[in-house]
Write a protein that binds this ligand. Sequence first.
Ligand SMILES: [Zn+2]
Length: 210
Amino acid sequence: MSQPEDENTRPDPTLNGDPSLGGDGVRGTNDRPTIQNEPVVFVSYDPTDPTARTYSALIDAYAFFNARLFSGQLPPCLLTLQRRKQAYGYFSGRRFATRDGTAITDEIALNPSHFAERTTEKILSTLVHEMVHLEQAHFGTPSRGRYHNTEWARMMRAVGLIPSDTGEPGGKETGQRVSHFIEEGGALRARLRRLARCADEHGALRRVGE
Ligand SMILES: [Zn+2]
């Protein structure tokens, strides 16, 4: 399962601010920040900011599931909210790149049009479903197109999701459109419940109205 990290996909540490460049007085007596040496922080987490509030919940959930369900082996990916597809979510491998093409990342999209009608546990289970697609893309053998194959079904079961084309027990586990349900009594059910409570307290935004 272990695979060397792709150098090109490793996040640039300077994006999070290099402490040696901060105005901490270590490099001089008068370290007033300048354009050249001010720390670059892209994610300043302001809980009153709707974007930060919503996406930070997704980032936290991704990290939580990666650590507990995938041994932390999944590479980081771009999490987006997309309303254009008739799906709860989708995985799209190597879908985003920097302008110079040196950093390429996968995308996991969740569809916020369904957030209001679904429980937080179910929304989070969709994130896990897409993370299994990402796992298979990096460590397994996906079929062409959007076909959910038997290897994917086995990987789903390994994390506590039962594939089903109806979303109910007894459905087909493979095919173009396959949903899932959460295994009852399993560790994932308990974790989803706990994380859902945290996410709801955190106050991630949901789309309301038409
Ligand atoms: Zn799928």
